[in-house]
Design a protein around this ligand. Structure first.
Ligand code: NAD
Length: 431
């Protein structure tokens, strides 16, 4: 696979696809001893892994900038997020204890047993953090993990694999590059893979869920989004106007949680768009991931209300753009820096419009009325909502979608449990 820098269109690496059979066999072998590593030792190794990620933070960030076109600030945050996830979940092995239930003639004892080999399939938009959402809690719970990075962005995952090899026993964390329809599909189908954590498109998510049905392989799906910001007239409009561009244009809108729909109370619609305009016009987007992605994004844009200057020359650039909502851009996930805007008159109408989508991942509510903030946040069908903010993924809280945005939750304190099966052993004390 030829790896291209999306800001320069230059080839920066060539990566060969991995061998699925050999990788799964090694993960299976490594599992036999990794599952029995004492919890305190597993915790120590995860902390050591985190410190090695910190040592390589500059290099990881540079690689992500070159491979995914990310800004330096984001790329450093992403590598730091991997370190933080490893540190956070290093607290889990010693706390993953079952229960003891005394009964008349003995004891019931439950254990949280690791599943075995876990496959983590990652998209190209946030290659490092999304890999770590899966591997950090899975490793903490005693599983071995195979990460299948996206074909466009394997470089940071491969580097993380190298770092892991310095600190973890061989085969505990492996990186398996390759095309989704070949390497990815073979990993999902492999009978020795016990769970798949998939992040990516709805279409592929459904194929994976169907494939997992054959062996009842456990599966979590983190899929697309079309999240809404609902802005009420009583909100701090200047603050919202300053915050909103990052909510949708950060990472050039290639973010499953991007607030790509904006619902504005009609009485402040014109005022808010005037406040928003300078922030959009001065916004500098990173490049899109590929020429194909840029063509896709372009196909949604006709007659923008507001647009940042168009950047020309090499690189897959597309400017921050605001549209008066049309049918296609309002309903479909664009995965580019495009915001569609629609006015509303009542709270009820705002909630109805926000929910009129097949997706349900994230969203924001802007208001100074705390009662309304809670009412509307609960009424919007989404896995995570922020009030007067556009924050979405916070590793210490559960994350995931409803409706076609996904199945299951990742992150938060309980994530390691999702990589275990509970087993009960009854011990008779009868003579
Ligand atoms: P994609 O579905 O095309 O690919 C995702 C991954 O799946 C890649 O590694 C790919 O190689 C692999 N893959 C493709 N076909 C496969 C198959 N048949 N079997 C197994 N693996 C296969 O998605 P993408 O274009 O890389 O990413 C963009 C999508 O990801 C968007 O829809 C976005 O919303 C979604 N996403 C969701 C979240 C979330 O947490 N909900 C986060 C980031 C991105």
């Amino acid at each position: 696979m030829r790896i291209i820098n999306p800001a320069t269109e230059e080839e920066i690496a060539v990566v060969a696809p991995g061998d699925v059979e050999a990788t799964v066999a090694l993960a299976r072998k490594a599992f036999v001893s990794w599952r029995d590593v004492a919890p305190g030792e597993r915790a120590r190794l995860l902390r050591l892994f985190a410190s090695k990620v910190e040592e390589h933070l500059d290099e990881l960030a540079q690689l992500e900038m070159a491979n995914a076109g990310h800004s330096e600030g984001n790329a450093r945050w992403e590598a730091g997020n991997v370190r933080d996830l490893l540190n956070y979940y290093s607290g889990a092995p010693e706390r993953l204890c079952g229960r003891q239930i005394p009964v008349a003639n003995g004891w019931d004892v439950t254990f949280h047993e690791p599943l075995g080999v876990v496959g983590v399939i990652v998209p190209w938009n946030f290659p490092m953090p999304i890999a770590a959402w899966g591997f950090a809690p899975a490793l903490a719970a005693g599983n071995t993990v195979i990460v299948k990075p996206a074909e466009l962005t394997p470089l940071t995952a491969l580097k993380l694999g190298e770092i892991a090899n310095e600190v973890l026993p061989e085969g505990v964390l492996q990186i398996l590059p390759g095309h989704g329809s070949e390497v990815g599909a073979a990993l999902v189908k492999h009978p020795d893979v016990r769970k798949i954590c998939f992040t990516g498109s709805v279409e592929v998510g459904k194929q994976i869920m169907a494939a997992c049905a054959d062996d009842l392989t456990r599966v979590t799906l983190e899929l697309g989004g079309k999240s809404a910001t609902i802005l009420f007239g009583d909100a701090d409009l200047a603050k919202a106007a300053k915050a909103l561009p990052d909510a949708v244009f950060d990472n050039a809108g290639q973010d499953c949680c991007a607030r790509s729909r904006l619902l504005v109370e009609r009485r402040v619609y014109d005022e808010f768009l005037s406040l928003l305009k300078p922030h959009v016009e001065s916004y500098e987007c990173i490049p899109l991931i590929s020429a194909e992605q840029r063509e896709r994004v372009k196909s949604y844009v006709d007659n923008p209300l507001i647009q940042a200057p168009v950047k020309t020359g090499k690189g897959f650039w597309f400017p921050a753009t605001v549209l008066a909502a049309g049918e296609r851009d309002w309903n479909e996930e664009i995965f580019g820096p495009v915001l569609s805007v629609l006015p509303f008159d009542t709270e009820e109408e705002a909630v109805r419009l926000a929910n009129d989508t097949e997706f349900g991942l994230s969203g924001s509510v802007w208001t100074r009325d705390v009662g309304r903030a809670l009412r509307v946040s609960r009424a919007v069908e989404a896995g995570v909502i922020s009030v007067n903010s556009h924050s979405s993924v916070r590793y210490w809280t559960p994350f995931g979608g409803v409706k076609q945005s996904g199945l299951g939750r990742e992150l938060g304190p309980d994530a390691p449990l999702a990589f275990t099966e509970t087993k009960n052993i009854f011990i008779s004390t009868e003579e």
